[in-house]
Structures are given as structure tokens and as C-alpha cells.
Design a protein around this ligand. Structure first.
Ligand code: SF4
Length: 181
């Protein structure tokens, strides 16, 4: 599961890169920049500043989960199931309520990554996996790196990833350049 794909990143490794944020992390660091990435499953995120007065669309879509009050939303997270997530994913007109996390195939992710191949070739950039902790999902991480290598980004293509974890193999065999954090 991923929670974001950020194109044209210039701060997450050499050159111009696309950062794929995988969801799930077991560390819980106090300085975490992406706390919404910690859970392995989808989360509901709410920004009261964007919520519209008088709107009840989300409550109508999932009344077991959302209670609309004058002060904003009460989210009954213990009741959330897959049907609620589906009902709420595109419900809010202002993105005050969003679903964080989406299952995407390797092909779908790579279709986005490969849009910027000319920029990687010119700048020595490529793909960066972030999160979350990419090594919480080594199967997806390995598949993405292998798919990137198969698409033969022009050398010196340098994959980079943030690393705090213990699942090095089999990623290590892909000669990945680890980007210290
Ligand atoms: S749908 Fe969005 S704007 Fe409307 S009540 Fe829910 S969070 Fe607020």
C-alpha cells in the first residue's frame, strides 16, 4: 500500500526523482515527518480548516463512522471498515476529509514513475522509496526496484531509499545505494 507519489523531487536523492511513499512503519519516531504513514491500512485524515459549514456529505455517506457537530467531525475510527473507506474516499468536496492509503499495482506505480524518465536521464535521477518504512513491505519495494532496473534508466541511474530497518535481503542484491537519514 502507498500513500503518495511525489514527482519532480529534488531533495530525496541525486537528480530529479519521483518519490513513492509506502505506507506502514513500526518505529514511531517522535520526529516523524509523515505520521499519517505509520498504519499499514488506510486512515481517515481530517482538516477542520477546510470543512464547510452546513455540509453533512461525509456523515450521510458513512453515518456509523462520522458524526457532524458544530465544532467539526467526530470520527469513530473503531467502526471503520472497507465499505466506509470506499464510501468516503471521494466524498468530501474540499478535501477536509481524505483517505490516506491506496492499494496500487507495481504497473500502476511505474506508469507514474516512468512519465518523468527524460528528467531522470538528464539529471541522473530516478526513483526513491520513502514512507513509512519501505522495508515494512519488502516485496513491493523489491518489485519496484526490479521494475525500474528492467526499464533501463540511463546510467548513472542511482536508486536511493531511506533506511531504518532490518530487511536488507534481497534488496541488497540489487546493489541499491542507501541514502542515509
Ligand atoms: S464532506 Fe468534507 S466539507 Fe463536508 S462535512 Fe465532511 S469533511 Fe466537512
Amino acid at each position: 500500500m502507498i500513500f503518495n507519489i511525489q514527482r519532480y523531487s529534488t531533495h530525496d536523492g541525486p537528480g530529479i526523482r519521483t518519490v513513492v511513499f509506502l505506507k506502514g512503519c513500526s518505529l514511531g519516531c517522535r520526529w516523524c515527518q509523515n505520521p499519517e504513514s505509520r498504519a499499514r491500512s488506510e486512515d481517515l485524515l481530517y482538516d477542520a480548516r477546510l470543512c464547510l459549514d452546513g455540509c453533512e456529505l461525509c456523515q450521510q455517506a458513512a453515518p456509523e463512522v462520522i458524526t457532524r457537530t458544530l465544532d467539526g467531525l467526530i470520527i469513530h475510527r473503531q467502526n471503520v471498515n472497507d465499505a466506509h473507506i470506499a464510501a468516503l474516499r471521494h466524498c468530501c468536496p474540499t478535501t477536509a476529509l481524505t483517505v490516506c492509503g491506496e492499494e496500487k499495482s507495481v504497473a500502476e506505480i511505474m506508469a507514474t514513475v516512468l512519465r518523468d524518465k527524460p528528467f531522470y536521464d538528464r539529471s541522473g535521477g530516478g526513483i526513491t522509496l520513502s514512507g513509512g518504512e519501505p522495508f515494512m513491505n519488502p516485496t513491493l519495494a523489491q518489485a519496484l526496484f526490479e521494475a525500474s532496473i528492467r526499464r533501463a534508466f540511463t546510467p548513472p541511474w542511482k536508486p536511493a531509499c531511506t533506511y531504518r530497518g532490518s530487511t536488507l535481503n534481497p534488496l541488497y542484491r540489487l546493489s541499491i545505494c542507501f541514502w542515509p537519514t
